[in-house]
Design a protein around this ligand. Structure first.
Ligand SMILES: *Cc1c(COP(=O)(O)O)cnc(C)c1O
Length: 366
């Protein structure tokens, strides 16, 4: 059967390998498998969320509140914006998809960093848009500007702040200086999936969504409950933008795209900021241990503003072999070979998980 041409150059997204796969393929017990591959919160989520979701389970027969009034109120309060500035998606992934489909098409181009979140390209290709990537892997705003000015058909720009899978993050003042030069007709998607981490480590990286969208009404800020809030399995993310943008994106949303349990989980998660702060604190304490470990063993890493660290190897080592050997022993990490890098991305785990990683890694790396 012939499908739409745009699908011909589209690869299916390869998600982080699940624990079940390692159990099946290598005969390791599930409790002994450590997943450091998808940037989930290793501390789980707030206990308050678990209790609230259990309680909410009795309402499964009912469709959710499609207005998502309560969660929008909670987000509006958290970010000092109005309900009409908010769209909620099944993960911020869904909001990325809405934004790209609302704005990009076969006559336009989508601009992004050389190495960045793989879904940007996939959603953009679905629309038939041309893909433009900067020569540098990490975000370089001079290159973004040069390519933007050389390609008047750019309709969407992605800024991943901080960037996944590399971990670097631009300073907000530099982002603003860049946005000053962008046409109000170009949609700029500011992906803040790891903003909680970046803002905790260095306030110079902090993006305040209300300030961003007031100064630059052509931007949309994206946040997610999947990382710092520890709700990856619940699938909830959000976009914050001017009502004009939100209204257009809402036209692409299916009714009831968020479940009752997810709405409840997100509302309660927002109310427990202590859980988030503790996660952030432990994350960066453990990040330091990774940095010291890398220096001791003599390989490079990228200074990270997220909950993962990218470890880079010289030619004497092969990242795909390292990732494979780790997996055979029960530790799942992300090999970045498919990005043309000799590197692995490791999610910062709990202190116990990280100790096991260091021990195993040492025996493999020698
Ligand atoms: C994890 C992630 C997301 C979104 O994840 P969802 O689970 O769909 O909310 C978006 N952007 C980046 C860069 C991410 O790493």
């Amino acid at each position: 059967m012939q499908f739409n041409d745009v699908l011909d150059n589209l690869k299916i997204y390869e998600a982080g390998k699940p624990i079940e796969l390692v159990v099946r393929d290598y005969g390791i017990e599930a409790k002994d498998v450590i997943k450091l591959a998808s940037n989930e919160n290793p501390r789980g989520c707030s206990q308050k969320v678990i209790e609230a979701v259990c309680h909410e389970a009795s309402k499964m027969n009912l469709y959710p509140d499609d207005s998502m009034y309560e969660l929008k109120e909670a987000l509006a309060k958290q970010y000092s914006v109005k309900d009409e500035n908010i769209i909620i998606g099944a993960g911020s992934d869904e909001v990325i998809s809405f934004a790209v489909h609302a704005k990009a098409n076969e006559k336009s181009a989508v601009l992004m960093a050389g190495i960045t979140f793989a879904m940007y390209e996939i959603y953009a290709r679905q629309t038939g848009a041309r893909i433009l990537k900067t020569p540098s892997a990490q975000h370089n705003l001079d290159e973004f500007l040069a390519m933007y000015q050389a390609n008047p058909d750019v309709s969407v720009i992605f800024l991943c702040l901080p960037n996944n899978p590399l971990g670097e993050c631009l300073d907000t003042k530099d982002v603003y200086a860049f946005l000053d030069k962008i046409s109000p007709e170009t949609l700029v998607i500011v992906d803040g999936a790891y903003q909680e981490y970046a803002a905790f480590k260095d306030v110079a990286k902090k993006i305040v969504p209300s300030d961003l969208i007031e100064k630059y009404p052509n931007t949309i800020y994206l946040g997610t409950f999947s990382k710092a809030y520890g709700l990856g399995g619940m699938r909830c993310g959000y976009g914050i933008a001017e009502p004009e943008i939100i209204k257009s994106l809402l036209k692409l949303r299916a009714p009831f795209n968020i479940t009752n349990l997810t709405l409840k989980a997100a509302i309660v998660a927002l109310s427990d900021q202590t859980f988030v702060q503790n996660s952030l604190k432990e994350n960066f304490e453990q990040m330091k241990v990774y940095e010291i470990f890398a220096k001791e063993l003599g390989f490079d890493f990228i200074a990270s503003y997220t909950n993962f660290i990218t470890l880079e190897f010289d030619k004497s080592k092969n990242s795909s072999q390292i990732a494979q050997k780790l997996m055979e022993k029960g530790i799942i990490v992300r090999n970045l070979g498919s990005y043309g890098m000799n590197a692995i991305r490791v999610t910062i785990g709990t202190p116990e998980q990280n100790s096991r990683f260091f021990e195993l890694f040492k025996t493999i790396y020698k």
